[in-house]
Design a binder for this molecule. Structure first.
Ligand code: CMC
Length: 425
């Protein structure tokens, strides 16, 4: 696969170091630096801006061009023609399913939606005020206690079963965390329903009366899950891979991904968007906040704007923007002050030189926060929804990594601390 060579000359090292250069099926060339360590040299790349941590066939992103492909299919086409479960199958298996394969996959997901009853008891140990991400992290990790001894991660069929289980159980667990927080009984999944519809029922239904989700809202949520399903080696997926590289239990590894997702620079951004809109409070204060975002001495950033990889419009944001309008129309809340602030903010930022020059476009979290708020999902559950959407991506990367020979992830460092010194006598 190496078709070129890179030559590295380091002052003080006599021999030139020759490194293979690889070309992927598309995207930038990659210098293979693995043998540098034999020369006593490390590379330094905090934040991994220039580092490919693995080889993968799942997702391709061209941030400059605003392209996102899953197994080659553009996200816009998947959002229009596919659905969350079919896209999950695609991520996991590499190809779109035949009708029979899809039927089997859906049945398997339905079959695994329930969780062990003791998970209910486990949740009772959390304070009601706990953040749902704290609870989700705990209950997903707890699944490892139920599925460990008979799980052989070296076997393909065991890995696929674990993947189906975690995709199927995540909506049940997410809704259980919410219900615990508000003191209502958990709703069991109702398997004839589609995944998003089932989730809405487990969130908003009670055992006392029938709940019927609006098909427009269920579809919007399904597309939102699909748009979050994978995003190559982002912080949470890389965390899942790193945790998995030691051969750990997959549910514990997914819990580590949930922990990485929680922060406001990653999955927590949709929650931060709504907090920010609430803080702005009134259209008259938008320019004050835009001014703060531009001020180098103020740590404030416009939440929901900018992306580490997309330096063009995020293709997911284009899709979700349309869904956002549909949902606001369906619910008749477009004139709500919060949504008006969001729309004004989007317009101003898109026209402002500071944001244009830095290519800071509204990202997927800007719109997903608005949609979720309109559907009635509380802000603290936003990142949980992101985690549900990202689960197929995490587990597909885990499955891919374990399908090939792999090594434990072990980065090195540029040490700048004290050198050897003796303990005082
Ligand atoms: N508001 C104001 N200025 C910003 C923002 C923002 N949201 N984002 C970046 N900048 C400025 C930054 O100050 C810097 O300016 P200068 O060049 O003058 O110093 C320039 O843009 C480049 O910023 P950076 O920090 O080098 O960009 P990054 O690629 O390291 O950070 C980011 C990407 C997403 C962490 C950042 O844009 C951000 O904090 N955005 C707000 C949080 C957010 O919406 N996060 C969700 C990301 S999408 C979901 C996901 O995939 O997880």
């Amino acid at each position: 696969m190496s078709d070129k060579m890179a030559r590295l000359k380091i002052d003080g090292i006599e021999e030139e170091i020759v490194l293979p250069v690889y070309s992927g099926s598309t995207g930038p060339v990659v210098i293979d630096i693995r043998k540098l360590v034999n020369e006593g040299v490390f590379t330094y790349d905090p934040g991994f801006l220039s580092t490919a941590s693995c080889e993968s066939e799942i997702t391709y992103i061209d941030g400059e061009a605003g392209v996102l492909l899953h197994r080659g299919y553009p996200i816009e086409q998947l959002a229009e023609k596919s659905n969350f479960l079919e896209t999950s199958y695609l991520l996991l298996n590499g190809e779109l399913p035949s009708p029979e394969e899809m039927n089997d996959f859906e049945n398997s997901i339905r079959y695994h939606t329930m969780v062990d009853e003791s998970i209910h008891q486990f949740l009772l140990g959390f304070p009601r005020t706990a953040h749902p991400m704290a609870m989700l992290c705990g209950v997903v990790s707890a699944l490892s206690a139920f599925y460990h001894d008979d799980l052989d991660i070296e076997k393909d069929d065991h890995r696929l079963l674990a993947a189906h289980r975690v995709i199927a159980k995540m909506p049940t667990l997410a809704a259980m965390c919410y219900k615990h927080g508000i003191g209502q009984p958990s709703m069991y999944p109702l398997n004839p329903l589609g995944l998003a519809e089932n989730f809405l029922r487990m969130m908003f239904g009670t055992p006392c009366e029938e709940y019927k989700a609006s098909p427009i809202l269920a579809n919007a949520l399904d597309t939102l899950f699909l748009l979050h399903a994978d995003h190559e080696q982002n912080a949470s997926t890389s965390t899942v891979r790193l945790a998995s590289s030691s051969g750990s239990n997959p549910y514990a590894c997914i819990a580590s991904g949930i922990a990485a997702l929680w922060g406001p620079a990653h999955g927590g951004a949709n929650e931060a968007v709504l907090d920010m809109l609430g803080e702005i409070g009134d259209e008259s204060r938008i320019s004050e906040f835009i001014g703060r975002a531009k001020d180098k001495h103020d740590p404030f950033r416009l939440m929901g704007f900018g992306h580490r990889v997309y330096k063009n419009y995020d293709p997911r944001a284009t899709v979700i923007r349309g869904i956002c309008d549909e949902v606001l129309d369906e619910l008749g809340v477009g004139n709500d002050p919060l949504f008006r602030i969001a729309k004004r903010l989007e317009k101003i930022a898109l026209e402002d030189d500071y944001f244009i020059e830095r290519k800071l476009f509204p990202n997927v979290d800007f719109y997903s926060g608005i949609i979720l708020k309109a559907i009635g999902i509380p802000t603290s559950m936003f990142t949980v929804i992101f985690a549900m959407g990202r689960t197929p991506g995490w587990i597909a990367h885990w499955h891919e990594m374990l399908s090939e020979p792999y090594r434990i992830g072990r980065p090195r460092q540029l040490y700048t601390g004290k050198t050897h010194r003796d303990y005082p006598a």
